[in-house]
Design a protein around this ligand. Structure first.
Ligand SMILES: Nc1ncnc2c1ncn2[C@@H]1O[C@H](COP(=O)(O)OP(=O)(O)OP(=O)(O)O)[C@@H](O)[C@H]1O
Length: 586
């Protein structure tokens, strides 16, 4: 509830206006039956045309209040609900950008999508239904019963008892059915996770002939959801018919008791229809409110899930004394006090939160300006983790990681990432154009700068595309080959001015000739910065100024290729295995 209040607060004017309009709608609705009764009881019985006309005009006014209020109220509630939903979605998205890799893993991509889209839709609908069906109910019930008492004491009492019984039944139904609706939302989450996995991995599923198995897995999830949805529909149909039964019974009672009261001259005939209308109106709103209330626990579950995301304290935050960030677009310049060392690992160790042992142990090495540092090691030795620590996507457990002379934890994340340019292992491009992707690296890049970056990244293939720099890029860059994607990701990284460029296994999909040409162009281009190249292929790092050999998260060798061939057993083993395979080309 606190979360909802927080998001309603900025719209308090709209909330107040919506409630006022709904009140006007209810007032109009409640006035009509009494006016109608008066018209018949007084106007028609006395034959006063003037009374009938005057009362008719007043009724017209009340009807206009009710219908105008209903239309405006619907518009305002829809507007309020969509504004609140939009604010929650934006807040979740903004929050997710603050998450470290492990924070994000706590929820998972599928669940984050459900929380941002499906869950917020449920909340949006709940706000609309609450405003239109639940909030008017107590007003209508209380005022309707008072008006019925004014018409006749016994009729009022009967209506009060009927409403009390229906309310008790409604509360029991809501309490009993709430868990089904909460379960329903968790099934939506599961469906989303399984569907996403199967759609993204559709080609792998086909390649491994796993269609039947995946179909069964999906079928089970859909089946669970369907079973729950059927139960929900049972509940609704049960509610529907019992409510209509109660309404009809109350109608019978009103007419029966009304007839008796008229016979006893305790009230006039047209008052029966007024009480009847109040009874139908109140019971109808109780029925609708009940239907909305059974879905409320689901909306609450959705709100709780949104709150979980919004209230999660990111595990990586800027320290209080971190310097004011530089503008991201500002060109990088020499880091104060350090001309030479751009980045340094100082006895750094790291352990994943869910791991039993350190992934990296006691790493000490520096990346220098104008030099290429390479990291090589077997699969899972911790190479990518080194890159992520430099970007502070994770925080080290012991030791220090420094940018220039400053610990990365004492720099704002914004400044840190403005000074480091990164090509991730999995080259990811955003949907748009080649140019828009390059502008992610440098927002105001000129065509000349883009062409230069493409040339350095050996991406001249772009010029052969029909629309050149404006060629369309599909989500993830799937309309390009793996090698083309890598080169475009490299172009995006090198167009950004930075002190440190990190290439995480970014040359793996390139042929040897392109790999060699790209490295030569990079070395030439990046003389003023430090390069950190993570690679599996010896040929990619052969000429690096310094090679770090990682084994099980430990540095087991450090030096030039020739030095390492002499002194490092692990390096020699990698080199020899690749030379046997004919990979180590210059
Ligand atoms: N989020 C995570 N949680 C727990 N352990 C992880 C996580 N990510 C990676 N690891 C583990 O950390 C170790 C190092 O992973 P890393 O990705 O750095 O290896 P790598 O040397 O880059 O491997 P590759 O060459 O295959 O890309 C691996 O053993 C991996 O299982």
């Amino acid at each position: 509830m606190k979360t909802l209040v927080r998001f309603l607060k900025p719209h308090k004017g709209l909330v107040a206006l919506t409630l006022l309009i709904l009140l006007i709608d209810n007032a109009g609705t409640l006035l009509v039956p009494t006016m109608l009764a008066n018209m018949v009881n007084v106007g028609i019985t006395s034959g006063s045309t003037e009374y009938i006309l005057r009362n008719g005009l007043l009724m017209l006014g009340a009807t206009a209040m009710a219908s105008g209020g209903a239309v405006t109220g619907s518009y305002l509630t829809a507007r309020l609900a969509s504004r609140v939903a939009c604010d929650i979605r934006c807040a979740i998205y903004r929050k997710s950008l603050e998450f470290s890799a492990s924070d994000f893993e706590r929820f998972g991509t599928g669940a984050m999508i459900t929380r941002t889209l499906g869950d917020i839709n449920v909340i949006q609908q709940a706000i609309i239904m609450t405003c239109q069906m639940v909030l008017p109910m107590p007003v209508l019930a209380v005022v309707g019963i008072i008006l019925a008492f004014r018409i006749d004491y016994q009729m009022g009492l009967m209506l009060l008892i009927a409403v009390a019984i229906v309310m008790v039944l409604a509360v029991i139904t809501v309490a009993k059915t709430a868990p089904i609706f909460i379960r329903l939302q968790s099934f939506v989450d599961r469906m989303n996770v399984v569907l996403r996995e199967n759609i993204v991995g559709a080609r792998v599923i086909r390649a491994f002939g796993r269609e039947q198995r995946e179909e069964q897995r999906e079928g089970r999830v859909f089946e669970d959801y369907a079973q729950n949805a059927i139960r929900v529909n049972y509940v609704f149909s049960g509610l529907d018919c019992s409510c209509f039964f109660v309404m009809n019974m109350v109608e019978v009672c009103v007419i029966w008791l009304g007839g008796n009261r008229v016979g006893a001259h305790a009230m006039q005939i047209a008052s029966i229809s007024a009480v009847l209308e109040y009874a139908i109106l109140i019971l109808f709103f109780i029925m609708m409110a009940q239907m909305v209330m059974v879905t409320m626990p689901r909306a609450k579950a959705c709100l709780d899930r949104a709150r979980e995301v919004l209230e999660l304290e990111p595990s990586i935050v800027d320290s209080a004394d971190a310097k004011v960030p530089l503008a991201v677009a500002a060109p990088a310049r020499a880091l104060a006090g350090e001309r030479d060392v751009v980045a340094r690992f100082d006895h750094a160790s790291f352990r994943f939160a869910d791991a039993d042992e350190d992934t990296l142990h006691d790493l000490t090495f520096s990346c220098r300006r104008g030099q290429t540092t390479a990291i090589i090691g077997s699969t899972g030795s911790g190479k990518s983790t080194v890159a992520k620590l430099l970007l502070r996507l994770h925080d080290i457990t012991r030791g220090r990681v420094l940018l220039g002379e400053r610990d990365v934890r004492d720099i704002t994340q914004r400044e840190l990432r403005a000074r480091v340019s990164y090509v991730p292992q999995k080259a990811w491009l955003f949907s748009g154009t080649v140019a828009s992707n390059l502008r992610d690296g440098l927002p105001d890049a000129t065509e000349e700068q883009m062409r230069h970056a493409l040339d350095v990244a050996q991406s001249q293939f772009v010029y052969d595309l029909e629309r050149g720099l404006d060629a369309a890029v599909a989500q993830g860059g799937t309309n390009f080959s793996g090698g083309q994607r890598q080169r475009l990701a490299i172009a995006r990284a090198i167009i950004k001015p930075a002190d440190l460029y990190i290439f995480d296994d970014s040359f793996s999909a390139l042929d040897f000739k392109t790999d060699a040409a790209l490295r030569a162009a990079l070395t030439q281009e990046m003389r003023g910065s430090a390069l950190l190249i993570i690679a599996q292929r010896i040929s990619t790092i052969l000429h690096a100024d310094q090679i770090i050999v990682l084994k099980d998260g430990e540095v087991v060798g450090q030096g030039h290729h020739e030095e390492l061939m002499e002194t490092c057993e692990a390096y020699r083993a990698i080199a020899e295995s690749q030379m046997r395979g004919g990979e180590a080309h210059e």
